[in-house]
Design a protein around this ligand. Structure first.
Ligand code: ATP
Ligand code: MG
Length: 980
């Protein structure tokens, strides 16, 4: 087997697709530093599965993709294919050629692997080359770095090479897999054992429960076979007995219906009879009533007859007919007079009564009018009284100046003894009512200032106050006071201002002589309508003037505001005005009262008159009442006398005609006839009733007997029905039990179960079996199934456990076997290499000795490899102390020793001999030649000695900057190229 060619495209500096052909033997690759030689060995390493980015001299896998140069764009994918010749089937793959490809895309870092252009996994590639000696730790690719680090590396790090040479790598891999498998098996075993242990705990109690359940089922089965038979038998017996009962009930019912019919009929007859008797009784009663009336009638008529006879005799003896007629006529005249008189008196009586009522109404009206008038006068008097009081107060205020201070009052009192006192300012001013509030506000305290003619007068007055200790006062001497006014420009402003009414002094009337005082006090006070305007106007005139409103609010000089209400301080002006008004009111009220009093007087006179008339009327009314009563009784007497006379006259004419007598006799005869008829009828009906009574007695007897019989039948039926209900309940209980307990129908049970049983014994057996079942206590029927399930599961798991234990054993055995193979192969190979190492060493160093040793001879499987070397003429020394060239030689010795023992099909050596001297390069080259029959060498070199041994030479260049190009060269060109 050998590497036939490498195809690179986009891998590192191989931007363009490059194909490098190889042959068996030695191929040399030469070229200046940095032209991409080592990239070739990187490419081979990469395709063979290298995953370490560091080994590929990058920091990212995508670093292997050509990443552009000065005039080339980067590639997006790197692809390298190795083509091996496999005619000798060295590789375990049945093709003459094996192509292994690896691709990497920059965009998503996605890798692709192919064998003979078929996609595959990385693992497939690793498996394919596993036994060929091209593996990771093999000697197939050795770089400059590998060589120099060989001597310095740790013993353990060197071991890999030897393992690869001994061919134990695959055992190691398999052992690892086995150990993992062993761990998994162990885990499974632990898990299965846990479950088994748990199941073992459940099994014993479940078994006990299961056995109990089985006993229970057995007993239950026995019970069922007996009890079902018993039930069937019971049901059968009950059904028969019920049939009998039903039959007997049916016949009883028929009998009962017949008797009931009979009774009903007899009762109806009885009813009819009773009705007849009742009707008869009613009739007899009626007839007896009629009889009684008839008898009374007879008696009465007989008495009447006697009376009439007696009366007739008396009347005929005592009455004179003509005299009677004369008395009747006389009496009629008297009666007529009495009627007339009575009617006349009654009319008068009514009239008087009406007049009396009119007078009473008039009296009432007069009384209420007087009362209202008195009330009215009283109210007026009260108002008048109040007004007079108020007048006193006002007089006090206005005329006695009581509202003024003590000082002012003192001066005004002594006014006449002082000179030049004109008056109090407030009293001297007058204004229309609507301005009084504003004026009072404008004046404020000045209301009480006293106006004098001169200041001399004022001083004297003050002196007077002091002398007499009579308080204080302020004086305004006319002579001295200077008029004040608004500045012209301010006046202009005011006149154009909304709400401006004028200067306060324009709204007052006063005596001419005090003008200077008035203008001094009011000439510069402005009057406006509202406080809002007052504020605005004050601002417009720079708050130089006092501004007052109609409601008495003030914006003072300087801008402060005063307002609100002042309840007691009514101004002097108002008081004066009120005093005048109240005086007028008092006069008009006094007039009104007088007027009303006169009216009251009139009414009083009228009242007296009405009372007088009324008294007279009442007296005549009382008299008339008596008269009417007398007249009424006179009338009645006359009337009854007249009636008795007319009555006697009628009687007399009847007696004379004899009509009365005949009629009475006829009536009497008729009455007697009726009485006899009634007596007969009553007798007949009594007899009929007697016969009904007899009939009724017979019927009652029959009814009593029928009813007694009916009661007997009913009680027998009740008894039977109770029995029937009892048996039916029992029957349904038995059927229910069959259904509930044994889930069978009666028909089914009857078919399936024998009825050849002794009931007594069977019932006893049932009792015994039930007792046994009860004494079992709680039974878990599920236990049978559960036990089955758990024990089956346990068995399955137990056999799994045994399988796992077996598996574990066999894995352990396999591992042991592998260990043995590895130990023996490793040891064998190690010994061989050791021997060859000494030989190659001596050869390369021209003498001395070298030996490989286990760093841990007791643990061949893991031991590291130590190297003891002694070049000729030198003592054995620590390997790290050797020169670079010596170290390279030692490493190369080892490499060749391994190649001798275990040849590899292909080996790439990247400047491994760089540090050797010319003589050693030659020896190195000779060794290559020696091995080249069995190993294909691809050698990156700068050394002429090596180049000379090469069968084929490639020169690597970078004609285009950053892009490697390989061309076949002759030795001479190669030497030039290496030197360049
Ligand atoms: P030496 O003789 O010094 O060992 P060499 O010929 O072995 O030199 P390599 O190490 O193979 O040189 O190549 C190094 C060159 O490859 C560098 O110039 C580097 O810029 C270039 N190279 C490495 N990776 C990339 C990449 N991904 N894209 C482009 N160029 C790359
Ligand atoms: Mg290099």
């Amino acid at each position: 087997m050998y590497l036939k060619k490498i195809e690179l495209h986009g891998f590192k500096s191989f931007a363009d697709k490059s194909v490098i052909e190889f042959q068996p033997g030695i191929t040399g690759i030469v070229g200046p530093n940095g032209c991409g030689k080592s990239n070739i060995s990187d490419a081979v390493r990469w395709v063979l599965g290298e995953q370490s980015v560091k080994s590929l001299r990058g920091s990212n896998m995508s670093d292997v993709i050509f990443n552009g140069s000065e005039d080339r764009k980067a590639q997006s994918v790197a692809e390298v294919t190795l083509v091996f010749d496999n005619e000798d089937r060295f590789m375990n793959f049945d093709y003459n050629e094996v192509e292994i490809t690896r691709r990497l895309y920059r965009q998503n870092n996605e890798a692709e692997y192919l064998i003979n252009r078929e996609p595959c996994r990385l693992k497939d590639i690793i498996d394919l080359i596993m036994d060929t000696g091209l593996g990771r730790d093999s000697l197939s690719i050795i770089s400059q770095g590998n060589i120099s680090s060989f001597a310095d590396s740790k013993p353990e790090e060197r071991r890999g090479m030897f393992e690869e040479a001994a061919g134990v790598a695959k055992y190691k891999k398999r052992k690892l897999e086995s150990i993992r498998k062993l761990e998994r098996t162990k885990d499974n075993l632990d898990r299965v054992e846990d479950i088994c242990l748990e199941l073992e705990k459940q099994i014993a109690p479940l078994r006990r429960q299961k056995e109990k359940a089985e006993v229970y089922l057995e007993l239950k089965d026995q019970l069922q076979s007996i009890e079902v038979s018993v039930l069937v038998k019971e049901i059968e017996n009950l059904s028969a007995s019920l049939k009998e009962l039903n039959d007997s009930l049916d016949s009883l019912d028929k009998e009962k219906v017949t008797i009931e019919g009979q009774i009903l009929l007899n009762e109806q007859q009885n009813e009819t009879l009773k009705k007849k008797m009742y009707d008869l009784d009613q009739e007899v009663n009626g007839l007896q009533g009629q009889l009684l009336t008839a008898m009374n009638n007879v008696n009465e008529l007989e008495t009447q007859k006697v009376e009439i006879d007696t009366n007739r005799k008396h009347i005929l003896e005592n009455t004179d007919k003509e005299d009677l007629q004369a008395r009747i006529a006389q009496m009629r005249a008297i009666l007529q007079d009495a009627v007339n008189e009575y009617n006349d008196r009654v009319n008068r009586y009514k009239e008087t009564k009406e007049e009396k009522l009119d007078l009473e109404a008039a009296q009432e009206k007069n009384r209420s009018e007087m009362m209202a008038l008195r009330q009215n006068i009283e109210n007026l008097n009260l108002q008048l009284h109040n007004n007079r009081n108020r007048r006193e107060q006002l007089v006090d205020i206005v005329e006695n100046k009581s509202g003024y201070s003590y000082g002012v009052r003192s001066i005004m009192k002594a006014k006449d003894s002082l000179s030049g006192i004109i008056g109090v300012l407030g009293d001297l001013l007058e204004s229309d009512a609507q301005y009084e509030t504003a004026l009072t506000t404008a004046l404020a305290g000045a209301v009480q200032f006293i106006v004098t003619k001169t200041d001399q007068d004022a001083r004297e007055a003050i002196h007077f106050l002091k002398e007499n200790k009579s308080g204080r006062a302020t004086f305004l001497p006319v002579e001295v006071m200077k008029p004040r006014s608004l500045r012209d420009d301010h006046l202009m402003v005011c006149q154009n201002f909304d709400g401006y009414l004028g200067v306060m002094s324009d709204f007052v009337r006063y005596p001419q002589e005090i003008e200077s005082v008035v203008l001094n006090q009011l000439g510069n006070i402005i009057l406006v309508d509202t406080l809002k305007h007052a504020s605005a106007l004050s601002r417009a005139t720079f708050a130089r003037y006092k501004v007052v409103t109609m409601d008495g609010e003030v914006v003072n000089i300087g801008g402060s505001l005063t307002g609100g209400t002042n309840k007691s301080q009514s101004s002097n002006f108002a008081s004066k005005r009120e005093l005048e008004m109240i005086k007028e009111t008092i006069v008009s009220q006094e007039k009104e009262i007088n007027h009303k009093k006169a009216k009251l007087n009139e009414l009083d006179n009228l009242a007296r008159e009405i009372s007088h008339h009324l008294l007279q009327k009442q007296m005549s009314f009382a008299k008339l009442e008596v008269v009417v009563t007398n007249k009424k009784s006179e009338l009645q007497v006359a009337k009854s006398e007249y009636e008795s006379l007319t009555h006697r006259s009628v009687e007399l004419s009847e007696i004379e005609s004899g009509a009365q007598d005949n009629q009475l006799i006829n009536e009497l005869n008729e009455a007697k006839k009726l009485r006899d008829r009634l007596t007969e009828s009553i007798q007949a009906k009594r007899e009929l009733r007697m016969s009904f009574v007899n009939e009724n007695d017979k019927l009652e007897e029959t009814l009593r007997a029928s009813r007694a019989h009916l009661r007997e039948i009913q009680s027998e039926m009740t008894q039977k029905q109770v029995n029937k209900a009892k048996q039916e309940t029992e029957l349904s209980n038995y059927l229910l039990r069959l259904n509930d307990e044994y889930k069978m129908t009666y028909e089914f049970a009857k078919e399936e179960y024998t009825q050849e049983i002794n009931m007594g014994e069977a019932k006893e057996n049932v009792r015994l079996l039930r007792h046994k079942i009860d004494s079992l206590g709680n039974v878990n029927l599920q236990a049978i199934e559960d036990y089955q399930e758990v024990s089956t599961r346990y068995e399955t798991l137990n056999s799994q456990r045994l399988d796992l234990i077996n598996a574990q054993d066999s894995i352990l055995k396999a591992i042991d076997e592998m260990d043995e193979i590895m130990i023996s192969r490793f040891g064998e190979t190690f010994e061989k290499i050791n021997k060859e190492f000494n030989i190659v060493f001596r050869n390369l160093f021209g003498g001395g000795k070298a030996e490989l040793r286990y760093s841990d001879p007791d643990n061949i499987l893991e031991t590291g490899i130590d190297i003891d070397v002694q070049p000729p003429g030198k003592a054995v020394q620590n390997i790290t102390l050797f020169s670079g060239g010596e170290k390279a030689l030692i490493a190369i010795s080892c490499l060749f020793a391994i190649l001798r023992v275990r040849p590899v099909p292909m080996c790439i050596l990247d400047e491994v001999e760089a540090a050797l001297d010319v003589a050693n390069v030659e020896r190195f080259a000779k060794y290559l030649r020696e091995f080249s029959t069995q190993t294909q060498f691809i050698v990156v070199t700068h050394r002429e000695g090596t180049m000379e041994e090469c069968d084929l030479l490639y020169g690597a260049t970078m004609q285009q900057k950053g892009v490697t190009k390989l061309v076949s060269v002759k030795l001479k060109d190669a030497i030039d190229l290496a030197g360049a």
